[in-house]
Write a protein that binds this ligand. Structure first.
Ligand code: SF4
Length: 473
């Protein structure tokens, strides 16, 4: 599958799990995954079990491309997991789609995860005959071997996961299952979101990356899966375990800035409201003399609304997103490539001509998209373009599940702020401060800001390509 040339930094997968003893769960997983489609569009997969037979269907493409009525009908059973994938490590190939499946004697294991392990190479070294070194395969193989070792143990998969999971380092939200139970786990830093919901009429439980997926299947939000917590869900209900040493939670701030859906709540905080507060704070920190506040759709919209409210400058649409271009199996030819950013965003000249515009976006990673956008807005008639970014300069690579490449590709790692302004062709530029961002989120929890500050809250891989530039310097 071809990546669109103007793709922003990638999200790091969506996971969904359900245990509902009185119904077929595959249609609910399908809808749950549809709500998590924004977290990964490369591949999708579902595993279900009826208590005896575990079945997996996965393929490259969007949820609606991978599944149809016959394929969902073939996924029978009352317990299941699902996954949408965006590769942060590993190639974009079928073999890396999830859920992964292992057969260990009578036990079938399916597993899917969101995030990035930082000690995959180390774990892989300890596993003889490993066929794939993607972190999900390494996790599955580690768990499968622990199931094998404790095969006489009636709690099989449950005990295997509790035994092995403390050896996994980095960022992961995991959903796993055998023929009869659902297991969900979150790393001890809690980098990525995972929440627990309950279906109406005591029909069972759901876990999902975002609350928006609970809403779509009619589940009531119960709580966040805690950092370092493992939940086992089966006929006896929900049981909670804490196999990791206690760690201070460091939740990814970019979930609030960019990744999560605006209709999701994380840790009791509405993502939409947090983004609006970022815009309010941005207007205080970096006011502008302008006629119109224009968002870069869609994740820039709430921050632009906040900026407008605080500054008193009217809010207006200046760009329309072509929502359906997304990822495509069609390789773009030269003609399409020349269309550049217009493939994704088209200006509304009537709203822009002769105006001094504040252009609000959520982040700048490489800078090339922002530069093209500014040209587009100017060519549509804007007199001035003042860029305001509702997150701080992105200077360090993420090792916890966001795909940005090494430091050589990050514009703020290589240029001062005024150089960035000149490079992208803006009349002025202003970024939200780190304090402004954390205070706008406002839930008092610990946060990861490593890509903004270089302070990594959990070990990072020493031999990572992303550090090569640093080492050679
Ligand atoms: S490094 Fe940045 S993107 Fe990665 S988890 Fe931390 S805050 Fe999120």
């Amino acid at each position: 599958m071809a990546r669109h040339p103007l793709d922003p930094p990638g999200e790091a997968c969506g996971v969904f799990g359900i245990y509902s003893p009185r119904q077929r769960v595959s249609p609910l997983i399908y809808f749950g995954l549809s709500a998590l489609q924004h977290r990964g569009q490369e591949s999708a997969g579902i595993a279900t079990s009826d208590g005896n037979l575990l079945t997996v269907h996965r393929d490259m493409g969007l949820v609606a491309q991978v599944f149809d009525e016959p394929s969902l009908a073939a996924l029978d059973g009352h317990v299941g997991i699902g996954h949408t994938r965006y590769s942060t490590t590993g190639a974009t190939v079928w073999e890396n789609s999830q859920p992964v499946h292992r057969q260990i004697g009578d036990t079938s294991l399916a597993l899917a995860h969101n995030g990035n392990l930082t000690n995959t190479a180390e774990l892989a070294e300890g596993i003889d005959g490993l066929r794939s070194t993607s972190d999900s395969h390494v996790m599955a193989e580690s768990i499968a071997r622990a199931v094998e070792d404790g095969r006489s143990d009636a709690r099989g998969l449950e005990n295997a996961i509790l035994e092995v999971i403390p050896t996994f380092e980095g960022a992961f939200c995991l959903v796993a299952m055998d023929q009869g139970r659902l297991i969900a786990a979150r790393d001890s830093n809690g980098f990525r979101p995972l929440c627990l919901g309950e279906l109406p009429d005591e029909e069972g439980y759901v876990v999902a990356s975002e609350t928006a997926a609970l809403d779509l299947v009619g589940a009531r939000y119960v709580r966040e899966v805690e950092p370092g917590e493992v939940l086992v869900i089966d006929a006896s209900g929900v049981r909670s375990f804490h196999p990791f040493p206690k760690t201070n939670p460091t939740f990814c701030v970019f979930e609030y800035v960019y990744f999560a859906r605006p209709d999701t709540r994380i840790g009791g905080v509405s993502v939409h409201a947090a983004r609006q507060r970022m815009g309010v704070r941005l207007a205080r920190e970096h006011p502008a003399h302008a006629d119109l506040v224009v968002p870069v759709p869609e994740s820039g919209i709430p921050a632009a609304q906040g900026f407008s409210r605080q500054s008193g400058i009217p809010y207006g649409d200046g760009l329309v997103k072509n929502r359906y271009v997304g990822r495509t199996f069609i390789e773009p030819n030269q003609l399409i490539r020349d269309q550049g950013i217009r493939m994704k965003l088209n200006p509304i000249p009537e709203n822009l001509v002769g105006r001094r515009v504040v252009l609000v976006d959520d982040s700048i990673v490489r800078g090339s998209t922002t530069r093209k956008l500014i040209r587009l807005v100017r060519s549509a008639g804007a007199d001035e373009v003042h860029v305001r970014i509702s997150s701080p300069p992105y200077r360090w690579p993420c090792f916890y599940g966001m795909d940005t490449g090494d430091r050589s590709t990050l514009i703020a790692a290589n240029m001062e702020i005024d150089e960035i302004r000149d490079h992208i062709g803006a009349d002025s530029i202003g970024y939200l401060s780190v304090d402004g961002l954390v205070e706008s989120i406002g839930n008092g929890e610990g946060h990861c800001t490593a890509c903004l500050t270089g302070e990594y809250p959990a070990p990072i891989p020493e031999d990572s390509d992303k550090l090569l530039l640093e080492k050679t310097r």
